[in-house]
Design a protein around this ligand. Sequence first.
Ligand SMILES: Cc1ncc(COP(=O)(O)O)c(C=O)c1O
Length: 485
Amino acid sequence: MTTHDPLYLQIAESIADSIRAGALVRGERLHSVRDVARTRGVSMATVVQAYRSLEDARLIEARPRSGYFVAARPAALPEPETSRPPAQSQRVDVGALAATVMRMAREPGVVSFGAACPESALFDVERVRRAMNRAVTRHRTTLCQYPHGPGDEQLRRAIARHAVTLGCAVDPSDVLITSSCLEAISLCLRAVCEPGDVVALESPCYFGFLEILENLHLRALEIPTHPRTGISLDALQLAFDTQPVKAVLTVPTLSNPVGACMPLADRQRLARMVAERGVPLIEDVIYNGLAEQEERRRAVRSYDSSGLVMMCGSFSKTIAPGLRLGWLDAGRWRDKLERLKAATAGGQATFMERAMADLLTQTGNEASLRRLRSTIAARMDEARGLIAQHFPAGTRVTDPPGGFILWLELPKGLDSVLLYQACLAEGICIAPGTMFSATDRFRHCVRLGLGGLWDDAHRQGLRRVGQLACAMLAAKKGKALPLVA
Ligand SMILES: Cc1ncc(COP(=O)(O)O)c(C=O)c1O
């Protein structure tokens, strides 16, 4: 947080820091809006806005006619430390582990925390079905026509309008429709990199990125990343000064797996840094719609006037992963990207694109997103509470301001691949930390995806993961704890 941030956000962050540090404890009454306005010399409207953003972040709650109170969140757990990856780029060899974990995460009967996608019941399936039916009926002739060019005009316009929620003014003619966010990212990397080139990215990072780098024969330069504020811009600057960085690939809002959200001032600085160096930036905005606070949804692209920022997104986490539709805002590389897309896979089914345009522009869209955000927020609080109770002492866990992914740093010495195997033997799937880096640095870490089913079997499953981790650590220290459930 810096003085470049809006005043209300500075006030909100200073109160959030006091809550996180334990100076303000759960249930404690906050000063009245009038008092804060007087002592800080700001308007009451600014304080109300600060309190609203703390409410969105579930740090405080308003009680009718009583004022604002520190919310009853699960026991505070320490957050993971800033990562310290090696300063050299790495050849990527993700091996078969990620593919196996993703396969097991989807096996029927498995209690799964492996995947990072909300279950179908969290989406508005009925709204999607109606939009699909309407699209097939109204645009039936498109079923027997080849789709053309950069994608359906109506959807590209709807995405340009959607980009306003990311703070961006996007020209619909710069939008290209893809089959997914990952396809969009892969196309962008192909547009600006050659085999052997170095790509800077978060550490840890989404394993899907590593798979793309491996397939395109690109090298990963992992940059130190803070679990709350994301990629370190000082470290990135140093990388620009010392390494041949050809592109930056980043998820500034709710990065996967740590759920970091880059402060607005950093987003602005990042846009400036890439413009000064002429380095293309590929920004993945797939999770922006899940950020609890509106200002965190603002994209780095909104600060860019150089055309070096390519923005990639999809609706897999917010509307309907089954429609397989993504998009990119192509910046300087529009024509090249359109040719690459045409040479790779042609276009998507037009009636699906029309259905998505319809879903995006309907008034119900914001209401379903709000429902999705609040359902997963309550679930995340419950899961963090269970982790506090059942995981080994010394466990660190993220507290992301939105989304459904938790990243756990377990005590050093615990091997998360062995933990994954022990869990799988009991029908529980977790994602071991080794999947999220080209190095072996996160062997003691685990990613938990909490967007899937959430019932008593899952609560029990999470307790069991903690018990197994405790037993494995005790066995390592020669103090065997029983492994039985
Ligand atoms: C950061 C990030 N980007 C992209 C994707 C994949 O998105 P899509 O389904 O649109 O390819 C994921 C899925 O987990 C993700 O976490």
